[in-house]
Design a protein around this ligand. Structure first.
Ligand SMILES: Cc1ncc(COP(=O)(O)O)c(C=O)c1O
Length: 360
């Protein structure tokens, strides 16, 4: 019999959203934090034009894409790595810097893939409680041990949607030992890019990586392209682990065009935030708790797991899928991605009906 290595056998498959609408119902997915708006027309055109080059392997250096990212963000292209989604970068970083006996530290409701990456690397995954659904820098610092090798912070966080100030991220960096790698995952960073100074400057100290993605604000989740800013030494090591042809010809062309069209991305973020704030306020008026979100989704906290389950099942019966949060140890919560305005109205109407009927 062929037997997988013990730590792999012990892992559960990574849980993705269940998206099976009842027959006759249109699927409304509010479950995967994809963009409510289509990608930039420039990106779609670039993707279509690039298809004819699909006979060839993609540029292993992501030259045009890196230059576009560097120009927009004032970075050195040599410090940028691209991945098949930021998930590939998370996985490779973890394998590069942690192993058996090492600890990877993160926050209570941190993005679930950090735990998966730790399991693949056979490192221990340690989390600290959050404060009002937000990352606590003090608790992270208190939990550091001599075995801590990597600290992951998603800012803003998924599934909470909350964000800590970049000054807090800097305080975390300054409070950590120099030999601990800090990974700041800014998958939703564009939704609050103007809020304060970017954290990219921290990378120059040599022990911090900042990750971004085209999956959220740029509306290109299906093209699987993420990127990050790395200290040169770390970039050289992580690159050895990346699939050398990880971002397709089409992905590189489309993402280069999307990055160049900043105005379109900004408008996507503006519309999404407006819709999100309206939806969150309306849900709060139903008596439900919604932490302040800086992303393209909101966390809805119900009074009990049973209430969340009832709401989820009622929404599903109409084809609307929010994400159950039991896997995050939040069985009384649902996470709702901000989708089309009509769909958000429909979801609100159904939630309102459930709240009245069930006296939630
Ligand atoms: C916090 C966070 N980081 C990373 C990712 C992965 O993004 P990508 O599509 O770039 O792999 C997600 C996806 O939902 C996320 O929520």
């Amino acid at each position: 019999m062929i037997v997988a290595r013990e730590h792999i056998s012990a892992m559960a498959p990574y849980a993705l959203a269940e998206l099976q609408p009842p027959s006759g119902k249109r699927l409304v997915s509010l479950a995967q934090n994809e963009s409510a708006l289509p990608p930039s027309p420039a990106a779609l055109m670039a993707a279509a034009e690039a298809l004819v080059d699909s006979t060839l392997y993609p540029d292993p250096d992501w030259s045009d894409l890196r230059r576009a990212i560097a120009d927009v963000h004032g970075l050195d292209p040599a410090q940028i790595l691209c991945g098949a989604g930021s998930m590939e970068l998370i996985l490779c970083l973890t394998q590069c810097y942690a192993g058996p006996g090492d600890e990877i530290l993160s926050s209570q409701y941190a993005y679930a893939f950090f735990r998966t990456a730790a399991a693949v690397a056979q490192a221990s995954y340690v989390t600290v409680p959050e404060q009002d659904f937000a990352v606590s820098v003090d608790r992270l610092l208190d939990a550091v041990t001599r075995n801590t090798r990597v600290v992951f912070v998603a800012n803003p966080g998924n599934p909470t949607g909350t964000r800590i100030a970049n000054a807090e991220v800097a305080r975390l960096r300054h409070g950590l030992r120099e030999d601990i790698l800090l990974v700041v995952d800014e998958a939703y960073g564009e939704f609050s890019e103007d809020a304060d100074e970017p954290v990219f400057d921290l990378v120059q100290q040599g022990n911090t990586v900042v990750l971004r993605t085209f999956s959220k604000a740029y509306g290109l989740a299906g093209l699987r392209t993420g990127w990050g800013v790395f200290p040169r030494g770390i970039a050289a090591e992580v690159r050895k682990l990346l699939n050398p042809n990880n971002v397709s010809v089409v992905g590189q062309a489309a993402c280069t065009a999307a990055m160049t069209d900043q105005a379109y991305m900004r408008e996507t973020c503006r519309i999404t935030a407006e819709r999100r704030n309206r939806f969150a306020d309306n849900v709060r008026q139903l008596g439900l708790d919604v932490p302040q979100s800086s992303t393209n989704f909101v966390l809805i906290n119900f009074a009990s797991p049973a209430s969340a389950m009832t709401a989820s099942e009622t929404l599903k019966a109409e084809g609307i899928f929010m994400r159950g949060m039991a896997g995050y140890d939040l069985p009384a919560s649902l996470r709702a991605t901000i989708g089309a305005e009509d769909d958000m109205q429909l979801a609100l109407q159904i939630l309102s009906g459930v709240c009245v009927r069930e006296e939630i």
